[in-house]
Design a protein around this ligand. Structure first.
Ligand code: DGL
Length: 270
């Protein structure tokens, strides 16, 4: 009864951490495509090919349900995957919708027509591929009207976080926030639309100021996965063991992941 968690690299570990805490009895198999990270600078076809390969590996590990814990893959590949690639007995879910439901004050799966919501000015920080897909704006438009979204592609930030270069990462956060504020001086909410960014949440909050509500995904995804599994217990696959797989070098990825989460994390070759 395992659930698969896919990411381009280490960012999805923030989601893995949250789902493992929220659902301690569920085994999770994590797949990091570290050999090909970052996805944020790749084109949509490339992201689709890499994502489908990773998801197939998770299906082979006994996970009928796979969470794309990667906004870039969710934005650039998920819709195409759902349009005919996913077999009937499998599911692949992205990480955008729980975030947008929280922002628009909706219950899980509330598909009623779009309506006015409290928040009017939203800043989105994400990878260049996620920003150019406009997937966030598309999903938001299904649920809310009259929300102005200003998106900032945060070039370089994923690399700095993966390298563990905190000084560079903080400087990049400040400069990306300044760039966004030149176009939207007073957002009410900010979305951290990349699973790497929760690690820089304090830096984002500090640069944005205390009056901006910062939404980060991990806990929202964990809550909505718990809800989903209650309604679809049949989607717990046949896998029984938690493990972390990587397309990269397991020793190097284990050491980076340990540094990333500040606790011991071990990876095996996919
Ligand atoms: N962490 C991933 C995301 O949520 C992408 C990082 C990357 O590979 O560029 O978008």
């Amino acid at each position: 009864m395992a659930v698969g968690i896919f990411d381009s690299g280490l960012g999805g570990l923030t989601v893995l951490d949250a789902v493992s805490k929220a659902l301690p009895d569920v085994p999770f198999v994590y797949y990091g495509d570290n050999a090909h990270t970052p996805y944020g600078v790749r084109d949509a076809d490339d992201i689709y090919d890499l994502t489908t390969k990773g998801v197939e590996r998770l299906w082979a590990a006994g996970c009928d349900l796979v969470i794309l814990a990667c906004n870039t893959a969710s934005a650039a590949a998920l819709r195409r995957m759902q349009e005919g690639w996913i077999p009937e007995d499998k599911r692949v879910l992205g990480v955008f919708v729980p975030l947008i439901e929280a922002l628009t004050e909706r219950e899980w799966g509330d598909n009623s027509p779009p309506r006015e919501v409290a928040v009017k000015h939203v800043a989105l920080f994400a990878t260049p591929a996620t920003v150019s897909s406009r997937a966030f704006q598309r999903e938001l438009a299904f649920r809310a009207v009259g929300v102005d979204v200003e998106a900032q592609p945060c070039g370089g930030l994923v690399d700095a976080i993966e390298e563990g270069d905190e000084i560079l990462a903080e400087a990049l956060v400040r400069s990306h926030v300044e760039a966004l504020q030149r176009r939207m001086p007073t957002p009410e909410a900010a979305i951290l639309g990349c699973t790497h960014y929760p690690l820089m949440q304090n830096a984002f909050q500090e640069a944005l100021g205390p009056e901006v509500k910062v939404y980060s995904q991990a806990d929202l995804v964990a809550a909505s996965l718990g809800d989903y599994l209650k309604r679809h217990p049949d989607m717990l696959g046949s896998g029984t063991v938690s493990m972390n797989l990587t397309s990269g070098d397991p020793a190097r990825v284990s050491s980076k992941a340990t540094q990333f989460l500040r606790r011991k994390v071990e990876f095996h070759a996919a």
